[in-house]
Design a protein around this ligand. Structure first.
Ligand SMILES: [Zn+2]
Length: 102
């Protein structure tokens, strides 16, 4: 799992998972409260991989020629990908501009 850039605390799988589930909600480091958000390119990558089997449906169907096989692949993928995605997605730190930063 990704670590916080400030204090090297690991971001929890659970937090990243629910962040994705709740529409890419930003997450906070438990130790130093640094805020993290998922950049748009990673949201796009997540969504593209999530919908990948839909585009491969024809190819998957040709493997066994049964619709139930295609459906089980779909169901498995729609469950498995969100479960493993937190290991691949990279959150970026959110900085706030304060009067002192000028
Ligand atoms: Zn931290």
């Amino acid at each position: 799992m990704q670590r916080c850039k400030n204090c090297l605390t690991k971001l929890k799988w659970k937090e990243v998972f629910f962040s994705i589930l709740l529409g890419y909600k930003s997450i906070e480091c438990n130790k130093c409260n640094a805020k993290y958000y998922l950049p748009y390119r990673y949201r796009l990558i997540f969504a593209s991989i999530f919908t990948l089997p839909i585009f491969l449906a024809d190819y998957i169907y040709k493997l066994y020629n049964t619709a139930s096989f295609v459906i089980s692949i779909f169901v498995m993928w729609f469950i498995i990908w969100p479960l493993i995605a937190p290991f691949f997605l990279r959150y970026h730190q959110k900085f706030y501009l304060t009067p002192n930063s000028f």
